[in-house]
Design a binder for this molecule. Structure first.
Ligand code: NZQ
Ligand code: ZN
Length: 390
């Protein structure tokens, strides 16, 4: 096991009606003026935004609103938010939504206190040293941004979708998580969330770091819980306990717990980000296409952990032939994804003729000559993986 620092100071307030505590929590964390950030309207339609506003008013916290964050969020909303925050003297960003809204709030929080262009942080020209506080009312279990120090933003003019990790400053101070808020999710968004949280665990699980039994077992157990609970949720969207388990899985998958002590991979995420930025597909759907392709490629290049995953997560009998075992595990994963309505190929994703050369060149332009760690992918390797997803 490698050395690590694990610092995860977010206060999670989990359960029914917890959004009513938002104002009190904002006060506890010293907010004097809040900007509420939200998306394309689901929080308005469900009445959640009004309940959150009421809670802020009851706690005597002045606030302003910034709506209209798009899925796969773009830089223009961040610039707009930075301007409003400076003018209104906001000191806390409250994200009401999913990963796109939370990531936009985090980018604004970092950008407000920085003299240059916030994008400098994403391209590595500057390091985030301070940020406004970020808090969350979560509406979709998927990206795990409610417990992570990461944010992913797309620069619309250069079509770069890049992630920034700043766990010391960008982890939310509190995250309110009411599983009932997820009842209104369309089945496809629920399924995409499942693929994303599974991917967050697998990016950590597929590692060459040895002797990490605690991380392995946490990953395997959480993956098995996600699979079981997802099946229940797809059948009964208003099953509170299944929704609750799934929601907490999404947080555990990405707040760092599952990967401590390991060298993580993240190639599948980077391969996917190039797809969602060009074809504007949902992140989780892109992952359900790319992750099995990446794993299939790995059966030829580094099969060991893929075979372990097949045995321990999918119950594939260990026949002593790791490649055959691994391929059976991948086939069970695909069957599961398909059963909850996720695509497995570019075509099913709605991308008939992907421009693979463009995807490969953008990927290596953004991430360098080698991508990932489980096997360091060259452009030739990345191309083969994209081709396996056709
Ligand atoms: O915009 P509204 O109207 O709210 O609708 C959203 C959106 O269309 C809808 N939705 C959310 N909660 C709902 C709901 N609809 C009905 N009822 C509800 N309760 O769902 C759609 C998707 O929302 P979005 O926020 O985009 O989903 P998600 O949480 O999957 O976030 C995806 C983004 O997060 C990034 C992804 O790349 C993508 O840009 N990621 C962020 C990470 C991080 N910060 O740590 C890690 C991830 O790997 C990921 O890359
Ligand atoms: Zn993800």
């Amino acid at each position: 096991m490698n050395n690590f620092i694990f610092y995860s100071p977010t206060e999670f307030v989990f359960g029914k009606d917890t959004e009513a505590q938002t104002g009190t929590l904002a006060r506890k964390y010293g907010a004097r003026r809040v900007m509420v950030v939200y998306g394309g309207g689901s929080a308005v339609r469900s009445g959640l935004l009004e309940r959150v506003e009421r809670s802020l008013r009851e706690a005597d916290i002045p606030y302003c609103l910034l709506g209209g964050v798009l899925p796969n969020p773009i830089d223009t909303k961040v610039y707009e938010g930075i301007e409003v925050c400076r003018k209104e003297k906001v000191d806390m960003l409250l994200a009401v939504g999913g990963g796109s809204v939370i990531d936009t709030a985090k980018a604004i929080a970092a950008g407000v206190l920085y003299d240059g262009d916030f994008w400098d942080f994403y391209v590595g020209k500057a390091v985030v040293e301070k940020a406004l506080k970020v808090a969350v009312v979560l509406t979709i279990p998927a990206a795990g941004s409610e417990g992570s120090g990461n944010t992913v933003i797309t620069k619309s003019d250069t079509l770069q979708k890049l992630s920034l990790r700043a766990p010391g400053v960008l982890r939310p101070v509190f995250s309110v998580m009411n599983p009932e808020l997820t009842y209104t999710l369309p089945p496809f968004q629920t399924a995409c969330g499942v693929a994303d949280m599974m991917a967050h665990i697998m990016e950590r699980y597929f590692t060459n770091t040895k002797e990490v039994e605690i991380s392995d077992r946490l990953c395997e157990g959480t993956l098995m819980a996600i699979i079981e609970e997802a099946i229940k949720v797809m059948k009964e969207p208003r099953n509170y306990d299944a929704r609750a388990n799934l929601m907490w899985c999404g947080t555990i998958a990405h707040n760092g717990t599952c990967g401590v002590g390991c060298e993580e991979d993240w190639a599948s995420h980077f391969l996917e980000h190039e797809i969602s930025v060009i074809y504007n597909v949902t992140h989780g759907a892109g992952l359900s296409v790319i992750f099995p392709a990446w794993m299939t490629w790995m059966t030829e290049h580094n099969v060991e952990k893929i075979a372990q995953y097949a045995v321990r997560v999918w119950g594939v009998p260990d026949s002593g032939d790791p490649k055959a075992v691994a391929l059976e595990g991948i086939s069970r994963l695909k069957e599961f994804f398909s059963s909850i309505g996720l695509p497995l190929t570019f075509k099913e994703l709605g991308v008939e003729h992907p421009d693979i050369d463009l995807l490969v060149s953008n990927l290596h332009r953004n991430k360098g000559e080698f991508v990932g760690n489980y096997v360091k992918l060259t452009p030739k390797d990345s191309k083969e993986i994209y081709q396996l997803a056709l």
